[in-house]
Design a protein around this ligand. Sequence first.
Ligand code: ADP
Ligand code: MG
Length: 503
Amino acid sequence: MLDLTYETPKPKVIAGAKHDWELVIGLEVHAQVASNAKLFSGASTTFGAEPNSNVAFVDAAMPGMLPVINEFCVAQAVRTGLGLKADINLWSAFDRKNYFYPDLPQGYQISQLYHPIVGEGEVLVELGDGTARLVRVERIHLEQDAGKSIHDMDPNMSFVDLNRTGVALMEIVSRPDIRGPEEAAAYVVKLRQIMQYLGTCDGNMQNGNLRADVNVSVCRPGDYEKYQETQDFSHLGTRCEIKNMNSMRFIQQAIEVEARRQIAIIEDGGEVVQETRLYDPDKGETRSMRSKEEAHDYRYFPCPDLLPLEIEQGWVDDIAKALPELPDEKKSRFIRDFGLSDYDASVLTAETAAAAFFEKVAEDRDGKLAANWVINELFGRLKKDEKEITDSPVSPEQLGGIIALITKGDISGKIAKDLFEIVYTEGGDPAEIVEARGMKQVTDTGAIEAAVDQVIADNPAQVAKAKENPKLAGWFVGQVMKATGGKANPKAVNEIVARKLAE
Ligand code: ADP
Ligand code: MG
C-alpha cells in the first residue's frame, strides 16, 4: 500500500503586492480518449489524416443520423476513473450543451453535465522539493470534441475540418486544491503519466490531445483553511478561467500572470469579474474572451437520442482486475525492491517503457548500479542523439551484461564506459567484446606490482616527496592506471602503491 501521509506545504505567497495573497487553482483537463473510433460513430480518429476524411454521417449531423455509444470509449473512461481511485457511476447520462460551434455541425455538444460516469477521485502530486499533496478530482465526464476551423489558409475564406468532430474526450475536473503554478503543472504531468500507464490517453499536448482550462483565484491567508473546513466556496475569491492551455510552461506562466492581475485589481479597490480569458504568451498577459457563462446559458437538457448509460459492476470489476501497475505503486516498489532513491525511482517510472527497460537490466543484479547506468549513461547518451528509450541501440540484456562484468570485477568503471560506447555504436555481446579486445581488468597482483615497481623506479624524486606526504600516492596510482591502459583493478593498485611507498 502507498503511504499517503504527507505534509501540506505552505501556499505560495505573491511577492511585490501590498498584502500577502495565496493562490487557489482548479483545473479542467480535456483528455482525448485513446480509441480508434469516435465516441458516437465508427469514424477513425487517426491524427493528421486528410481533412474531412474521418467523418461519419452522424459527425456531419446529416438528417436522421443517430449517435451510437462506443463501448470501448466508455471502458476507457472507467479505466481512467479506476486509475484515479474514483467512484464509478453505474448509471450516467448524456446531455446536450447547446452552443453554436462552426466546427460541430450538430449545433450542440453531447456531454454529461448532471450525471457523469466517474465521481470523486484523487491524484497524488509530487513537487520538486520532495513534498507531495493530494488533489481531489471532482468528476470525469465523457463528451464530444469539436472540429477545427482554419482561418489562415485563405485571405477571404475560412475552412472547417471535421476530422476531430465527435472524437471522445474525458473532462477531468479537479477541486480547487492546487496552490501554485508548479503544482498545477505537476498535477497535469501526473494525470498524463497515469493515463499513459493506463493507455487511456496518449497525453500528446502538441497534437491537442491534452488541454487544460485553468481556474485561478486569489485569497488572503487563512481563507483557504476556512474553505477546507466548510467546503464553502464563499471563502474563496472570484475565479477566472483561462481556456485551452496546451503546454506545461504556458499553464505556469498564465497562472502567475493572472494572479498578479487579480491582486492588482483588488489592491486598487476593484473587484475581479468572473470571466473566461485567454493567455497570450507573446504579450505575457491574459485577455478577456467572454463573460462567464452558466449552465443555464447552454440550455442543457438530457440528450433524447441516447438512453442513459447503464453499466454493470461485474464489467467494472473486470476492468479493475486488468488494470496495470500504476505510477505510485511502481515507484514504491522500485524504492523497496531495488533500494532506489525517491528521485531515481521517479525518473525511472516517468514512462512505462523506461521502467520496463530498467527492470530487465536490474533483474538479479545490483539495483542501484543498474539505476545509475540507465539514468546517467543510457539516458544521457540517448538524449545526445535525441533518441527515445524505445529506439535504444543498447538492449537491456546488453546493458545488464556490462553491469554484470563490473560486478564480477572483470572490468573497471572506466573501462565499462568505453565498453558501453562500443556496444552503443557497434553492438555485440559485452563479455565477448571484453575478451576479444583485451579489456579485462588486471587483477593479477604480480602484473600490477611490476607496473608499480616500474613507475617507482622511473620517478625517484616523486617517491621522495610521497614518502613525506602520503597524499601524493594518488599520482602513482594515476601513472599505474595509465601504464595499464586503465585496466588495472584500482583497489589493488591503491593497496600496492601504498605498501611499496611505505617500504
Ligand atoms: P464551471 O463548470 O462553471 O466552470 P465548476 O464548478 O465545474 O464550474 O468549476 C470549474 C473549475 O473551477 C473546477 O476545477 C473548480 O475546482 C474550479 N474552481 C471553482 N471555484 C474556484 C475558485 N474560487 N478558485 C479557483 N478555482 C475554482
Ligand atoms: Mg468550466
